[in-house]
Design a protein around this ligand. Sequence first.
Ligand code: C5P
Length: 219
Amino acid sequence: MKLMLALDVMSKNEALKIAEETKDFVDIIKIGYPLVLSTGIEIVKEIKNKTNKEVVCDFKVADIPATNEKIAKTTLKYADAIICQGFVGKDSVMAIQKVAEEYGNKGAPKKVIMVTEMSHLSAVEFLQPVADDLAKMAKELSVDGVVAPSTRPERLKEIKEIVGDIPIISPGVGAQGGDLDKVLEILGDNDYVIVGRGIYEHNNPKESAKHYKKLISKN
Ligand code: C5P
C-alpha cells in the first residue's frame, strides 16, 4: 500500500519545504486548489524537481466536456494525474480521458482519477446514494483510480468490490478521524492512503510521514 501526501498548504516555501522533508516516506504528492490558487500551476514543476515524485492535481473537475477538456489540458501539461468528479456523467469524464491519452506516453502516462463517494460528513446527503453507480461507471470507463472514503470503511469495502483492480485513493485518515487499521484490512498493494493535515500540520512532518509509511507498510 502506498502513501499519498495531500499537500494543502497555501505557501510555496512551506509546500516545497514539506515536500522535500517528507519525500523519503511519501510515494506520491497530491495538491489542489489551496496551493495552486495561492501559487500558480507551475508549483507542480517545482515539487517534481525537488522530490522526483509524481504529482496529482486534485481539482475535482466537474464541468461540461468542452470545459473539462480545457482544464485537463492546462493541468496535464504539468501534472501526472488529475482528479475529476463522476457525477457530471460519462461524457465529462471521457473528455478528460481523451486529453490524458493525448498528453501521456508509454514512459509517462497521464492518469485520470474519479471521485465516487467523498469522505466528509455531508457526502451521505447527495453523493452516497449514487456512489455505487459512480463506481460502476468508473469501472466501465477504466479510469486509472477512484477516490473512496477511509472515514466509512464499510463503504470503502463496497466500492472496492465494485471497481475490482482499479486502484483506490482513500482520504480520511488522520484529521478526519478515519480508522487506519480498518482501512488497511480493506486496501491492497496498489491502493493509496491519503494523509494531509496529519502530516503537514504535525510539528514534525518528516516524523509523521515516516510513522504513516511504517504503519501502511506493515500490511
Ligand atoms: O487533511 P486531510 O488528511 O483530511 O486531507 C484529505 C485530502 O483529501 C484533502 O486534500 C481533501 O481535499 C481530499 N479529499 C477528501 N475526500 C474526498 C476526496 C478528496 O478528503 N472524497
